[in-house]
Design a protein around this ligand. Structure first.
Ligand code: TRP
Length: 471
C-alpha cells in the first residue's frame, strides 16, 4: 500500500532528501533578507529573544503538526482537511494557505528579482570604489527604476515556474545540496569580516553591532515587536499555510518526523542568526542605519564586499547561492498552489502551473513596481511610536496581511486540529512510524500543540489589538 502511494505521488529518496527539501523551503530570503531588516526595525536583541521563544514553543510544534497531517493524508492542505474532517470547516485552512501562497510569492518574487539584479551588479562590478552612501543610493535608484525590478521579478518567477512545471525539484535539490553549504561558508566568512571591520567613527563602541543583536533592551519590547517576531518565525520556517503539509505528504513512512522537524527548524534559525552576525556589526561599523527597511541587506552586503579581499568573487558567488536559496523556497510556495489545483480541479500539472504562475506574476509585478509605477497605490497610516504618517505600499500590504494574519491564524488552526481533533492515537502512530520508533517527546509535544502554541498565538493577537496589555 505504502509503496503504491509512493509510486503514484513520489517521495523523497532518502532521509536527507526530505530534510534537504524542507530546509530548502525554509532557508531563503526570509533568513537573509527579512530577518535582519525586521530585527533592525523592531527591537534588536529583544526581538531576537522573542523570536527564539516562538520558534521553540510554536514553530517546531506547528512544523511537526504539518508533517503529521501531510504524511497521514498524502494530500494537499485543502484535500487533507477535507479527508480528515469531512463536512467540517477545517478545509478553510487550505484555502487560506492558497491565498497566503499567492500573496507571499507575489512579493517574494520581487525580492528574488532584486537578488538576481545584485548578482548582475556584482558581475559588472558596479559597487567598486563606492562609498556606503553611494551604495545605498544604488539600491534606491534600482528599486525606483521604471522597469528593472519588473524585468528581474519576471525572470525569477519564470525560473520558479520552469522548475515546478518540469517537476524537477529533485534536480534542483542536487544543486542546492552543493550551493547551500557554500552559502553557509560564505555567511561565516562575511560574519568574520563584519565583526572585524574597523569602525568608521572613533566614538563608536567596537561591539555595537553584536550588542544590538544579542543584548536585549527590554524597554524596546512592545506589542509590535512581539507581533513582528511571530510573523517572521512563521515565514522563516515556512509554516502556517500548509507548504509543509504538501512536503510531509512526500516523506517516506520510515522517516522520523520529529527529528526532521527539529533539525530543519534549528538550522533555519541558525542561518538567520548567522545572517544577523554578518549584517549588524557592519551596519554600525560602516555607518548605516539599522532601520533601513527592506533595503538593509542590499545596502550593507555590497559595502562589506568592498571591504574584503576577493570581494568581487565572493559577491558573485554569494548572490548566486542566495538566488538558489530563494528558488528552493519559491518553488515550495508555488507547489502548494499547483498541487491543490491539480488534485482539487483535476487539471494537469502543466495547466495548473501556468495558471498559478501567471496570476502570481501579475500580482507580483505590482509589488516589483511598488516604489515606482504603483508608488501611490497603498495606505497611509499613523505610526503610533513616532507620531508620523507612513505609507504602506502594495508590497508591504501583502507582506503584512500574509505574515501577520494568514500564517499565524493558519498555524493556530493547524495546532488546534492536531491537538484536539486528530486523535491521540493517530498522532502517536504517525510520530512513532506505526509503533517502530520511541517517542519520548510525545507528552511535551501534545502539551505544546494543545495549550502553549494556541494560547501564545491568541495572546499575541489580543495584545496587538490592544484588548490585552502585556507589561
Ligand atoms: N521560508 C522561506 C524563507 O524564509 C519562505 C517560504 C517558502 C515560506 N515557503 C513558505 C513562508 C511557506 C511561508 C510558508 O525564505
Amino acid at each position: 500500500m505504502t509503496r503504491d502511494v509512493d509510486a503514484v505521488r513520489g517521495s523523497f529518496s532518502s532521509k536527507f532528501g526530505i530534510i534537504a527539501a524542507a530546509a530548502g523551503s525554509a532557508i531563503g530570503l526570509g533568513n537573509i533578507w527579512r530577518f535582519p531588516y525586521v530585527l533592525g526595525e523592531s527591537g534588536g536583541g529583544a526581538f531576537l529573544l522573542v523570536y527564539l521563544l516562538f520558534v521553540l514553543s510554536i514553530g517546531i510544534p506547528v512544523m511537526l503538526s504539518e508533517f503529521i497531517i501531510g504524511r497521514s493524508t498524502q494530500m494537499n492542505p485543502y484535500g487533507a482537511f477535507k479527508k480528515l474532517a469531512p463536512r467540517q470547516p477545517w478545509f478553510i485552512v487550505g484555502i487560506m494557505g492558497v491565498i497566503a501562497a499567492f500573496m507571499i510569492l507575489a512579493f517574494y518574487g520581487a525580492v528574488g528579482g532584486w537578488t538576481l539584479e545584485y548578482f548582475f551588479k556584482s558581475v559588472v562590478n558596479q559597487f567598486s570604489g563606492k562609498s556606503s552612501n553611494e551604495i545605498s543610493q544604488i539600491f534606491e535608484g534600482f528599486r525606483s527604476n521604471s522597469y528593472r525590478p519588473l524585468l528581474w521579478q519576471v525572470v525569477f518567477m519564470g525560473l520558479t515556474f520552469l522548475i515546478v512545471v518540469a517537476g524537477i525539484e529533485k534536480g534542483i535539490e542536487k544543486y542546492s545540496k552543493i550551493l547551500m553549504p557554500i552559502l553557509l561558508i560564505l555567511l561565516i566568512i562575511i560574519a568574520i569580516r563584519s565583526v572585524s571591520l574597523p569602525s568608521f567613527s572613533e566614538k563608536l563602541n567596537p561591539g555595537a553591532g553584536l550588542k544590538f543583536l544579542f543584548k536585549p533592551d527590554f524597554s524596546k519590547l512592545n506589542a509590535k515587536v512581539i507581533f513582528d517576531a511571530l510573523g517572521q518565525s512563521f515565514f522563516s520556517l515556512s509554516i502556517g499555510m500548509g507548504a509543509l503539509i504538501t512536503y510531509g505528504s512526500y516523506i517516506r513512512k520510515n522517516d522520523n518526523l520529529g527529528s526532521s522537524a527539529m533539525i530543519i527548524s534549528l538550522s533555519d534559525t541558525f542561518i538567520a542568526v548567522l545572517a544577523g552576525i554578518a549584517i549588524f556589526p557592519a551596519v554600525f561599523a560602516l555607518g548605516f542605519d539599522p532601520q533601513s527597511g527592506e533595503g538593509l541587506v542590499f545596502k550593507i552586503l555590497p559595502a562589506i564586499f568592498q571591504n574584503m579581499h576577493g570581494g568581487y568573487y565572493i559577491s558573485i558567488l554569494f548572490f548566486i547561492c542566495l538566488s538558489v536559496a530563494a528558488l528552493t523556497s519559491s518553488i515550495s510556495l508555488l507547489e502548494v498552489v499547483v498541487t491543490t489545483f491539480v488534485e482539487e480541479f483535476k487539471i494537469t500539472r502543466r495547466k495548473a502551473s501556468i495558471i498559478a504562475a501567471s496570476l502570481i506574476t501579475i500580482l507580483g509585478a505590482i509589488c516589483a513596481l511598488s516604489w515606482y509605477t504603483f508608488k501611490g497605490f497603498g495606505i497611509d497610516t499613523l505610526d503610533e511610536s513616532t507620531g508620523q504618517m507612513v505609507h504602506f505600499n502594495f508590497f508591504m500590504i501583502l507582506d503584512y496581511i500574509a505574515l501577520k494574519f494568514l500564517l499565524p491564524i493558519g498555524g493556530l488552526f493547524i495546532v488546534i486540529y492536531l491537538g484536539w481533533f486528530h486523535g491521540k492515537k493517530n498522532v502517536m502512530k504517525e510520530l512513532s512510524n506505526q509503533g517502530v520508533l520511541k517517542v519520548g517527546y510525545y507528552h511535551l509535544f501534545m502539551f505544546l500543540v494543545r495549550f502553549v502554541a494556541p494560547v501564545a498565538i491568541a495572546i499575541v493577537f489580543l495584545n496587538e489589538t490592544g484588548l490585552l496589555k502585556l507589561g
